[in-house]
Ligand binder design. Structure first.
Ligand SMILES: [Zn+2]
Length: 639
């Protein structure tokens, strides 16, 4: 059982109401249970247990949490002590401090070192000796300079079946380890052979520049496939990596713009000619993870598509996916049931650059760099691009073509965040299909409502939302780890340990807070960081290690953004929890009889509802004003 499952298992096996019931006399009130708060003195009950969410909250003194926080507070125990006590009661066995995790981290380091050795070896084979001749000739023909070969540490795999295998095993590396990183393949009858043979190799790196896999190009026309990549390994996940991101990172941030091409050679040529914000996807469509990674550097993306690719439906789907995946901004919406739901809207700037017929970026940059630059600058906004694509073969006389065009473009328009732009495109569509704008507007409203989530979310969507909600707490902690001075900011936003739902996060927050805002940055001081982690309970420590690892595998957060990032995280956490409190109070008041005059307690709850509404609105406004659309709106109002 993983640490996470241990905590869940304890929560499932122990009934919260029963555990609390041993200390507090609880009475059923609707779907909740009520009693006199054990943490402050009172005569009428304001202590409430919510069995459906396995949480408790006192509306008198404000304490609350889950079974762990109840036991810790009631018995005055540390998290470790409470964990052991509850595990014993639940009959759940606790894992010994984590040798398995330490071993996994060590293995990862070893595999990375091995890949780095392989990259150096391949590189040597390319630059010296006779064997790299064919690959060097190829690079020369493609006009790749020696400096670029060095910068990207290009390599060459010789034609032998055991070139790399022999060389590396003779240095004491186990063939099984080579197989694990995808460099050799096991034979059915025992033994291994090299995956890459007589190929030019492009090392593929994570954003920190560590080699995690290779792309190999065949050096003669007979060899198939032309491009061969590393297989999926514990380190290499095609759906996550972006080729060239490690070298393009700073340029992307500075230009606040990224250009996405398809091939390794396109990236090499672009960088060689000084276009340094260019990277390649590892396939035709970018994945959500790849968008998430890019979004941390810029919100402005340009896709370079070749002329025939630009027409394909796969590309169109890819672009639609891009718009979906970038949609980070969420607008809280009050629904008919009074619940608050996050409505997703696109908050990014996506442009499309269509290359001249028969050319890829590599050719164009080499032959006409000025035209490349001009195409980048005049790339069409994705909506204009999709419009121009859709109307290319449009027949305005055909009713079927009209409804087809509407079906295709209306969802695109529905996603536009800026209302002025939305109206603009709606008018454009209305003119094209010669339909009254109001009719389309009604249809658009239906589309937008549908998007807002009247339809049940798919599993994937739900998972994404869950992991986003989950990530917010961890993200906030990571920022505090990087810069303890940010504690002053989170306190201004009213954030306390009880804002963290996950018990491990609560513990980390308290431990970080105890160090004080003047403490040194743990993240910049690895030894102190390790000592800090060691001082935590092992379950909490493992969780923190995972959090740190997750953020380290991402591009670092620019220093100048730390402040605003923590403000958004703190604000969003408070917003989430105030919404939760609001629905809890609503639940409680639902059980109150309407005949009697409201008690003092009930009046206090009504006052709290008003307070919460006010606070939620101002937090939402603050978050909205930080989005791209919010900036535009403010600018427009002030102009
Ligand atoms: Zn209380």
């Amino acid at each position: 059982m993983s640490d996470n499952q241990v905590l869940d298992e304890i929560k499932t096996r122990l009934d919260l109401a029963e555990t609390i019931g041993k200390e507090v006399t609880l009475k059923r009130a609707g779907s909740t249970l009520k009693g006199l708060c054990p943490f402050h003195t009172e005569k009428t009950p304001s202590f409430v247990v919510f069995p459906h969410s396995n949480t408790w909250h006192c509306f008198g003194c404000g304490e609350g949490g889950d079974i762990f926080s109840f036991v810790m507070k009631r018995e005055n125990l540390s998290f470790s002590e409470a964990l052991h006590l509850l595990a014993r009661q639940a009959g759940v066995e606790l894992r010994k401090p984590d040798e398995a995790d330490i071993a996994a981290a060590q293995e990862r380091e070893q595999l990375l070192a091995l890949l780095s050795t392989a990259a150096t070896t391949y590189h040597q084979w390319l630059i010296d000796g006779e064997r790299g001749g064919a690959a060097r000739n190829y690079l020369e023909r493609r006009k790749i300079s020696p400096a670029t070969v060095e910068q990207f540490q290009l390599g060459y795999a010789p034609p032998q079946w055991d070139g790399l295998l022999k060389t590396l095993t003779s240095r004491g590396i186990q063939p099984a380890a080579l197989e694990k990183v995808g460099l050799v393949i096991a034979r059915e009858n025992g033994g291994y052979y090299d995956r890459f043979r007589h190929r030019l190799l492009f090392p593929i790196r994570d954003p920190q520049g560590k080699v995690i896999g290779f792309g190999g190009r065949a050096l003669d026309d007979e060899t198939q496939p032309k491009y061969l990549n590393s297989p999926q390994t514990p380190l290499f996940d095609k759906g996550r990596v972006l080729f060239g991101l490690d070298v393009a990172r700073e340029a992307i941030r500075k230009a606040d713009n990224v250009i996405i091409v398809e091939g390794y050679m396109d990236v090499l040529t672009a960088h060689q000619h000084g276009f340094q914000n260019v990277i390649a996807s590892m396939g035709t469509a970018l994945t959500r993870e790849q968008f998430r990674t890019l979004k941390r550097l810029t919100r402005s993306l340009v896709f370079a598509l070749d002329a025939d690719q630009a027409g394909s439906t796969a590309t169109q789907r890819g672009l639609e996916r891009a718009r979906e995946a970038l949609d980070q901004k969420t607008v809280p919406v009050i629904t008919s049931r009074g619940l608050v739901r996050q409505e997703h809207e696109v908050d990014a700037d996506i442009h499309v650059l269509v290359l001249p017929e028969g050319m890829d970026p590599d050719d164009l940059i080499k032959q006409r760099p000025a035209q490349w630059q001009q195409l980048v600058q005049s790339a069409l906004p994705v909506v204009d691009y999709l419009f121009s694509r859709a109307i290319r073969d449009f027949d305005p006389q055909s009713a079927k073509a009209k409804s087809h065009l509407t079906e295709e473009l209306l969802p695109v328009i529905a996603d536009i965040l800026d209302p002025v732009q939305r109206v603009h495109y709606l008018q454009k569509l209305a003119q094209l299909v010669r339909v009254d704008e109001r009719v389309l507007d009604q249809q658009l409203a239906r589309t937008r409502r549908h998007r807002a989530g009247t339809a049940p979310a798919t599993d994937e969507e739900e998972q994404v939302q869950a992991s986003m909600a989950f990530g917010l707490e961890e993200y906030c902690l990571f920022l505090l780890l990087v810069r303890p001075a940010l504690f002053e900011t989170v306190e201004q936003y009213g954030l306390t340990d009880s804002d963290f739902q996950r018990v491990e996060n609560r513990e980390i927050f308290i431990a970080l807070k105890n160090r004080g805002p003047e403490a040194i940055s743990l993240h910049d001081n690895p030894l102190d960081e390790e000592a800090f982690i060691e001082s935590l309970d092992s379950i909490v420590a493992n969780h923190l290690r995972n959090v740190i690892r997750a953020y380290e595998s991402q591009p670092p957060i620019p220093t100048e953004n730390l402040q605003s990032e923590v403000e958004v995280a703190a604000q969003s956490l408070r917003l989430r929890n105030e919404n939760k409190e609001l629905s809890e109070i609503t639940l409680i008041l639902r059980t109150v009889s309407e005949e009697k005059a409201p008690s003092e307690k009930e009046n206090a709850l009504w006052t709290r509802i008003v307070e919460l509404h006010r606070s939620i609105r101002s937090r939402e406004q603050d978050l909205y004003s930080r989005t791209y659309a919010g900036h535009v709106e403010r600018y427009r109002q002030s102009a």
